[in-house]
Structures are given as structure tokens and as C-alpha cells.
Write a protein of this length. Structure first.
Ligand SMILES: *Cc1c(COP(=O)(O)O)cnc(C)c1O
Length: 464
């Protein structure tokens, strides 16, 4: 299995190399040269497999020769052995039609653990026996930072520097990062906004003084291995609802289009997915793109669903590439146009291709709150605001009600206690496994919002 870049000007690479690289050198994103396909019999055979075994079988064609099947199995067992629920991704039925897929049973209570726990192990495995020390640098407004730190803490030949905007993440989110005490974990509180932190990270990847002395890598969802790991839970849940003999639909609360793109990949691989609903909050660039073809970025408006407060959705490029006939130079031109004017139109082929599988919805604050209340009143389930956006979109979709509709529950309600309490009068408790968060020691470095200060700190503290 080889991977190509969406912008057509980078050499094809294997799984190991795309995992280490993250972004392609031509600025594009990696995709498999062709989609592996599962027969109905292969899908049916997953019915007897637990989550770790399902993961190994679904990931095997993507991993190719980079790992033996035995090694891959050992990694998925370790990664998913750390989840608090034996099913890893359990499902809850809300009424005759609607289901939740609970993706928040990992160590940091959001779905990002599912991919990052595996990615941390993949980094360590691929670095073993090499001279390379990998330095991961990222900026976080919340969930990605804690999931990435938990995944690499204490691992060999990897260190992580995570920037967060000082005073602008919740106490739970900050403590989930800063109470991880390990020599290879460096939390940096920046005097500035998330956008300032993100801009510094981008600048570091383009800074010769940095890239000539340390090997940088990224853990955001541009990394193909993260998306591949997310394909697994579509297979795992669809099979439990009757696939391959019965179609299933999914509603996905969306920001960077990573999670929902993984659903698209599952469908391309042969899983009978009848529909994918792209659920956005009022930062609705994806809803506008899919409903009218207008992909134009506005300014980000903060909401109660911060992980979806995004105006430029990196992984959408992968969809446009695949739907538009995989023409790298055309995508490079389309994206250059977008980068210049912050706006572009989808082509007819892209719009028609998307319309075959996707619908979209824009869910505002009131609809989100109403959705939290409905889950509590109708089914006794407390759900977080991101999940509520997905569920609101699912409940307003016009798909045949005989088809089971699964909403991705992307965060534990206790990560967003205030919003849940406002809608239901109930305050969700933090699970026992993170309960001592407020008693543990915190460790982080405060730095001014100054690029040179951050760069010098990273250079002084990373392993060569
Ligand atoms: C990251 C995140 C999302 C958005 O996922 P994308 O893959 O970026 O579309 C939704 N909900 C929660 C809780 C998240 O952490």
C-alpha cells in the first residue's frame, strides 16, 4: 500500500513514512493510492471480533508491509487495553431509531484518544532501532493536547511540546495536560490566544533553524494514521447493527472534517453506510459548502462546542481530491485560490459526488441545548454539547427511519459540566479514573507571546 499527496507533487510513501511525516512536502495531505475493499463475507466475519481485533483487521490493508499482522495486533491490544469500558466503543440506544456511539471511554474523555493512543505506539515502534528522536509540537484549545500528551508520555525517542493559551482553556482541560509529569512532556502556557499559539507552531515547521537541528512531527488530524484508526469504529458499530446485511447511517459533529472523512473511507471500503450527516455549529463553512457549493471562511465565533469552532477544515481537501477525480494539480490550484481569497466554489463533480452520501446541518445554541434536554428526558442520557449538535442534526434528517441512525458521542459530558447542567439541572460527575485531577501537582512553563522565546525553549529542551 502506497500513499499519494492530494497536491500531486510529492513522491508516494508507505504507511510508516506517512505516519512520521504528517503533512506532505508539497503542502498536500496523504491518501492511499486506492481504497482497500472488504467483501460482505469479510465484514460479516468481524461480528465475532472484539475492538482490538477489529482494529487490526481493518487497519491491516492500510499498514501494508510496515508492520506484521502480529505486531499490529500487539499494538491495538495495548492501545485499546487502556480504555475504561470493555467494549472500548459501546453503543447506547436512545429510542427506536437513534443510537449513540460512545467514543469517550479513553484516558482523556474525548474521541481523540482512540486514534492518539495508537499513534503514540506507532511512533515509538517506527523509531525503535533508528537514531531519530522525534519532537512533536502542537497548539491546543483543549481536547487534542491532553489526548496527545497522554499518548506519548514516557515513550522512548519522542518528546512533546504543547502550547495552550494561558487562562483560556477550562481547568479540567488544563489539568489533564499539566498533571502529566514525565521528562518528555513540556506544557507551555502562552500569553496570547489559541490562534497566536497555532501561528507559532506553523512558523516553527517552516523555520530552518528549527528543522535543521530537530525532527518535527505533528499529531493533528492531517496525520493519515489518525484517520485510519477512526475508520475502525464505523466497522465495529455497523456490524453490531446488522452490516453487511443492513445499511446504517451516522451523524458526525464536525470541525476539521477528520472524523466524518473516516466514515467516508469506511463507505469506500464496502461498509453499507446509507448516509453521513455533517453536523456543524454556527461556524458553518462545511454546511455551506455541502448545501450550496460555497466554501468561504468567515471569522470564528466562540460557542459552547469549542472543538467545532473552526473556519478552515483541513481534511475537506481529502474529500475534494477523491471526489474530483484525484487530480493533484487541479486541487493544488483550487487550494491556492482558497488560500489567497479565503473562498472557493466546489466543482460540479465534487458537489454531485458529495450529494450521493452526505447531508449537512447547522445547529445553533438553542437547538444544541434542546438536544441535550431531549436525550435526558427521552432516554435518561446526559450528553455533551458536541454530541448534542450531532444528535440534533440526526433528529432533523429526512432519511428513511427504518435505517438505524448513529450519532458519534465525541466527548464525555463531564468535560462540559456547566453546559450540561444548564440544560438538564444535572451536573455530570467526572469519572473516578480522572477524579484526582484536582489534587495532583501541575507542571508547565509560562512564556510570553513571542515566537523567539518559544522556539528557543523548544530547541533547548528537545533531544537531538
Ligand atoms: C475534535 C472534536 C470534534 C471535531 O472532530 P473533527 O475530526 O475535527 O471533525 C468534535 N467533538 C469533539 C469533542 C472533539 O474533541
Amino acid at each position: 500500500m502506497l500513499y499519494q499527496s492530494t497536491r500531486g507533487a510529492a513522491a508516494p510513501l508507505d504507511f510508516r513514512s506517512v505516519t512520521m511525516a504528517g503533512l506532505a512536502p508539497d503542502g498536500g495531505l496523504y491518501l492511499p493510492q486506492s481504497w482497500p475493499e472488504f467483501t460482505a463475507d469479510q465484514i460479516a466475519a468481524l461480528a465475532g471480533c472484539d475492538y482490538a481485533e477489529t482494529a487490526a483487521r481493518v487497519l491491516a490493508p492500510f499498514v501494508g508491509d510496515s508492520l506484521s499482522m502480529e505486531e499490529l495486533r500487539a499494538l491495538t491490544r495495548t492501545a485499546y487495553g487502556r480504555f475504561s469500558h470493555e467494549a472500548v466503543v459501546p453503543m447506547v440506544q436512545l429510542d427506536g431509531r437513534h443510537w449513540l456511539m460512545e467514543l469517550f471511554h479513553g484516558p482523556t474523555l474525548a474521541f481523540k484518544d482512540i486514534a492518539l493512543q495508537l499513534l503514540g505506539l506507532l511512533f515509538e515502534r517506527f523509531l525503535r532501532g533508528t537514531e531519530t528522536n522525534l519532537t512533536i509540537v502542537g497548539a491546543t484549545s483543549g481536547d487534542t493536547g491532553s489526548a496527545a500528551i497522554d499518548a506519548v508520555a514516557g515513550r522512548q525517542q519522542v518528546s512533546i511540546f504543547m502550547l495552550h493559551p494561558q487562562g483560556r482553556v477550562s481547568d479540567v482541560q488544563r489539568r489533564q495536560m499539566t498533571t502529566v509529569i514525565a521528562d518528555n512532556v513540556h506544557n507551555i502556557a502562552i500569553d496570547g490566544s489559541f490562534d497566536d499559539a497555532q501561528a507559532m507552531v506553523k512558523r516553527m515547521f517552516a523555520d530552518q533553524q528549527v528543522t535543521s537541528s530537530i525532527t518535527l512531527s505533528a499529531v493533528n488530524s492531517i496525520n493519515w494514521a489518525r484517520l485510519a484508526a477512526q475508520v475502525v469504529y464505523y466497522f465495529y458499530t455497523a456490524v453490531r447493527l446488522g452490516a453487511p446485511h443492513r445499511p446504517v447511517a451516522y451523524s458526525v459533529p464536525t470541525g476539521n472534517f477528520g472524523d466524518v472523512f473516516a466514515g467516508y473511507v469506511a463507505q469506500r471500503m464496502g461498509l453499507p453506510i446509507a448516509r453521513l450527516i455533517v453536523a456543524t455549529n454556527i461556524n458553518d463553512i462545511l454546511h455551506r459548502a455541502l448545501s450550496t457549493g460555497d466554501y468561504s471562511a468567515g471569522t470564528v465565533v466562540p460557542t459552547a462546542t469549542p472543538s467545532m469552532d473552526i473556519q478552515v477544515s483541513s481534511n475537506f481537501e481529502r474529500l475534494l481530491f477523491d471526489l474530483g477525480g484525484r487530480n493533484g494539480s487541479a486541487i493544488a490550484a483550487q487550494m491556492a485560490g482558497f488560500e489567497a481569497s479565503k473562498a472557493m466554489q466546489l466543482t460540479n463533480a465534487q458537489r454531485q459526488g458529495a450529494a450521493n452520501l452526505f447531508t449537512s446541518a447547522r445547529i445553533d445554541q438553542d437547538m444544541m441545548a434542546q438536544s441535550i434536554r431531549w436525550a435526558w428526558d427521552a432516554a435518561g442520557e446526559l450528553i455533551d454539547p458536541h454530541t448534542a449538535v450531532g444528535l440534533a442534526a440526526a433528529r432533523s434528517d429526512d432519511l428513511d427511519p427504518a435505517i438505524p441512525m448513529v450519532t458519534l458521542a465525541t466527548a464525555h459530558p463531564a468535560k462540559f459540566q456547566d453546559a450540561v447542567e444548564r440544560s438538564t439541572g444535572r451536573r455530570p460527575a467526572l469519572p473516578a479514573r480522572v477524579g484526582s485531577l484536582f489534587e495532583r501537582e501541575e507542571r508547565y512553563t509560562s512564556l510570553p507571546g513571542d515566537y523567539a522565546a518559544v522556539r528557543d525553549f523548544v530547541l533547548a529542551n528537545s533531544c537531538r
